[in-house]
Design a protein around this ligand. Structure first.
Ligand code: FES
Ligand SMILES: [Fe+2]
Length: 456
């Protein structure tokens, strides 16, 4: 049995957690097939009979809106001999008919048709042969989560403080709802899924091109990189249970001057559509509209393990192998606003978040270089000690400078707990309370780990 605490220590982690296929398989079992994971947004299947296929770890699921409007999540596996019954990414159907021998299921997962049934004996009972239902499904602000574990902490307990940011995100709409209806931008890269984290330290280096462009646009008044330095009032937050966020708005509040990444990417146009949007928001939320809009557009959060909300963008992380990951990005359209407002959101998404944008390709490039570098593992430790001395505040939040490795430690602390524990730990885990144990100076005995089933 691998002692994961040897690999994830207080201020450093062993590169095997990013490269080792045995550990990756254990992650599927201990994290993705057990914890709450994000599967879909309800707006992807708005009508009765709508469905989409998604993933929980390496298991494909059908998310279906049945005849009664209820959403069910089913494993995409025929109960006869196991063929996937649905191969479309999106669609509308009354039935799912398995292509192998024609067994047919309705949108509630019930087996409603079996060809030539007379050759089955009296014990054959269609009622027990419906599609396997994912046992726990829950949603917050239309974001649908599922857990393959029969029991464990509730979705509310899992999300904890992070749930408020899901609500903030959809309050950019005067109706309080968003639609993932503008398509999906997909990228697959040769790197580990955990690289897609929340990192306020990399911006001024990885995204140099973005800064160059902004500087050119803004002119000499531009304070290049001011928001992502150790002197910035911007913050990194550990929200507990592996959830973390960056607050990139602080320097605006203290008057440093240049709007944050997110604010630039999601600015409201100064035109008729912008004024109409403002009016609709005022009607919906009262007088404190600038604050509501600011909060909705400044969301920059990772909901562990696989969902990120960044500005106007929903980003989903899908692990494929220790060194292979798919990231699916959706620009979230606001319900009930002038078209120009959503057009602007798509433009800002294309600018930074799309596969051919100025931002995402640089992130993907660095993730692949990261995986490449980790193979050269003579000294296998990664240093994650920035801001290690940050103490929880009186309200329990652990908040560091934006460049601190608070988010990385938040995620890996929960990773360690998930990988090491038997049942899913009951109840919420407060921010900063799951510090991995302090390690010594010696590398763990990976030969022993290999002998116990961890391959290299
Ligand atoms: S495997 Fe589906 S009908 Fe046979
Ligand atoms: Fe980035």
């Amino acid at each position: 049995m691998t002692d994961y605490a040897d690999l994830v220590q207080a201020d450093r982690v062993h590169s095997a957690i990013f490269t080792d296929e045995g550990i990756y398989q254990a992650e599927l079992a201990n994290i993705f097939h057990r914890y709450w994971v994000y599967v879909a947004h309800e707006s992807e299947i708005p009508e009765t009979g709508d469905y989409c296929t998604k993933w929980i770890g390496d298991k494909q699921v059908i998310v279906s809106r049945g005849a009664d409007g209820e959403i069910g999540v089913f494993l995409n596996r025929c109960r006869h001999r196991g063929a996937a019954v649905c191969m479309e990414e999106y669609g509308n159907a009354s039935f799912f008919r398995c292509p192998y021998h024609g067994w047919t299921y309705n949108t509630a997962g019930d087996l409603v048709g079996v060809p030539y049934p007379s050759r089955y004996g009296p014990e054959f009972n269609r009622a027990t042969l419906g599609l396997a239902r994912v046992p726990r499904v829950g949603s917050v602000a239309g974001f649908l989560f599922a857990s393959l574990a029969d029991d464990g902490p509730s979705l509310d307990e899992h999300l904890g403080q992070a749930a408020a940011y899901l609500t903030d995100f959809v309050r950019a709409s005067p109706r309080g709802s968003v639609s993932l209806s503008a398509g999906t931008s997909k990228s697959v890269f040769w790197g580990n899924w955990k690289f897609v984290g929340m990192d306020g330290y990399h911006t001024n280096f990885t995204h140099k091109t973005v800064l160059d462009l902004r500087q050119r646009k803004a002119g000499p008044g531009f304070q290049r990189g001011a928001g992502n330095s150790d002197r910035s009032p911007n913050e990194s937050w550990d929200l507990g249970n592996g959830h973390c966020r960056l607050d990139l708005t602080r320097r605006d509040k203290v008057g440093i001057g240049v709007a944050s990444n997110v604010a630039i990417a999601a600015g409201i146009p100064d035109n008729e559509a912008g004024r109409e949007y403002f009016r609709l928001m005022t009607e919906a939320y009262g007088e404190d509209v600038p604050e509501t809009i600011r909060r909705s557009r400044d969301v920059h959060i990772h909901i562990w393990p696989n969902l990120q909300l960044i500005g106007s963008q929903v980003r989903v992380v899908r692990p494929l192998a220790a060194g292979r990951t798919e990231v699916l990005c959706y620009p979230a359209m606001l319900d009930g606003v002038p078209d120009e407002i959503n057009t602007e959101r798509i433009r800002s998404f294309e600018w930074f978040g799309g596969v051919a944008s100025f931002g995402t390709p640089d992130d993907v490039e660095i993730f692949e270089r990261n995986q490449l570098g980790l193979r050269a593992d003579r000294i296998p430790w990664l240093v994650l000690g920035r801001g290690l001395d940050v103490q929880p505040r009186a309200d329990g939040a652990l908040v560091g400078n934006v460049t601190d490795e608070v988010p990385q430690r938040a995620q890996l602390g929960t990773w360690l707990r998930a990988m090491s524990s038997g049942p899913v730990p009951a109840g919420p885990v407060p921010a900063g309370s799951g510090e991995p144990r302090a390690g010594g100076d010696t590398a763990p005995d990976l030969a022993a780990a290999q002998a116990n089933g961890v391959s290299r």
